[in-house]
Design a protein around this ligand. Structure first.
Ligand SMILES: Cc1cc2nc3c(=O)[nH]c(=O)nc-3n(C[C@H](O)[C@H](O)[C@H](O)COP(=O)(O)OP(=O)(O)OC[C@H]3O[C@@H](n4cnc5c(N)ncnc54)[C@H](O)[C@@H]3O)c2cc1C
Length: 329
């Protein structure tokens, strides 16, 4: 085992992000001691992070800071110099990717990117990546100098409590980043969310080209709302302008791991499957009995997607329907 792994945990409000807790679980599998550099949030969630196995939190602050990566990379480089870990783990979020590249330049180490699995082999880190649209799993053994910089794809590890005590907290305020910190945010656009975030939803209702039209995506959104879930989409309909990019699931979209994934009119191309095959149960509706999505589906319905959506929505919206105030069960 490595003596120490350092993880970057992004915190929103009082709670650590689920990506951060997944990183902690990944780090526990390779290191005896896990420390977290905590970015943003209202104070540090020392109790939660401790329960997940973090021994010490370095409070970076930086709540609400725009483009924090240059300063975060500088802070991580200082932490690495002070107490060298065997690995630094970051989630493949916008900030995580930005920080990883900058940390790589500061430490003169490569980044092991898009990691979906990780283990130790004779105390060397071996990371797994999926390649060629998920048809191949490539394993890479890191033989460079410590620390390995590992960028982990969200939903690749399962966050789990380890029964630890609240983590200790030390201040590690973000240092200046010099010229590297001179980028400015010019505009912000806010996406309104009616239900849970796509990556966090227990139920995802997703639509593909088999919906036939942009109007039918409205049925996907309605069913998702009735089931207290989030709407998802294949890239084909995002490219067609039927659904926003924020809803895209797959290789170039989001990775989801819901309890139930309902796929309406989605063929099941490999690039889509890599984003949702971690779902516990998959239900697919497709008019083609040979559609590849059926190979993954636990329940497959050969039928017309818009018709089934209409009937499900009508049933759940009917007075006394299952969607009426009982939690969508
Ligand atoms: C580099 C790269 C990255 C990519 N990244 C992604 C990604 O992140 N996410 C993603 O989704 N795709 C991605 N793609 C695209 C991917 O290869 C597929 O083209 C895409 O997923 C197909 O979307 P679809 O299933 O909606 O459409 P189609 O493949 O056209 O399938 C439509 C399905 O609907 C069925 N159908 C038709 N009419 C009906 C009906 N009335 N009722 C029920 N079923 C019906 C058909 O039988 C068919 O199976 C990527 C491709 C590349 C090259």
């Amino acid at each position: 085992m490595l003596e120490l792994a350092l993880v970057l945990v992004e915190q929103a409000g009082p709670a650590p992000s689920s990506d951060g807790l997944e990183l902690v679980a990944a780090a526990r599998g390779i290191a005896r001691r896990v420390e977290a550099a905590v970015l943003g949030g209202e104070g540090v969630a020392a109790e939660t992070l401790g329960a997940h196995g973090v021994a010490c939190c370095h409070e970076l602050g930086g709540a609400g800071e725009s483009l924090p990566a240059p300063r975060v990379a500088a802070a991580l480089a200082q932490l690495v110099a002070g107490s060298p870990p065997g690995a630094v783990l970051l989630a493949s979020t916008t900030t995580g990717r930005d920080v990883a590249g900058r940390l790589s330049a500061r430490l003169d180490r490569p980044v092991l990117a898009n990691v979906v699995g990780m283990e130790l082999e004779a105390d060397r880190i071996v990371v797994h990546n999926s390649a060629f649209g998920g048809t191949l799993l490539v394993s890479t053994r890191y033989e460079g100098e410590d620390p390995a910089i590992v960028l982990v794809r969200p939903k690749s590890f399962v966050a789990e409590e380890a029964g630890g005590q609240p983590a200790s907290v030390v201040q590690a305020p973000l240092p200046g980043a010099g010229a590297a910190g001179s980028a400015r945010v010019l505009e912000r656009r806010r996406q309104e969310l009616a239900g849970p975030a796509l990556e966090e939803a227990a139920v995802v209702v997703a639509g593909g080209r088999g919906l036939g039209s942009a109007e039918h995506y409205g049925l996907v959104e309605r069913l998702a709302a009735l089931l207290h879930g989030a709407p998802g989409a294949s890239r084909a309909i995002v490219d067609a302008g039927w659904a926003p990019y924020a809803c895209q699931v797959g290789q170039t979209g989001k990775t989801v791991r819901p309890d139930v994934y309902l796929a309406f009119g989605i063929s099941g191309a490999m690039q889509h499957l890599v984003g949702m095959r971690g779902a516990r149960h998959v239900v697919a509706v497709n008019k083609d009995p040979a559609a590849p999505i059926f190979q993954l589906a636990e329940l497959g319905v050969v039928g017309d997607a818009p018709d089934l959506l209409r009937r499900l929505v009508a049933r759940l919206e009917a007075p006394g329907g299952a969607g009426a105030g009982d939690g969508g069960k």
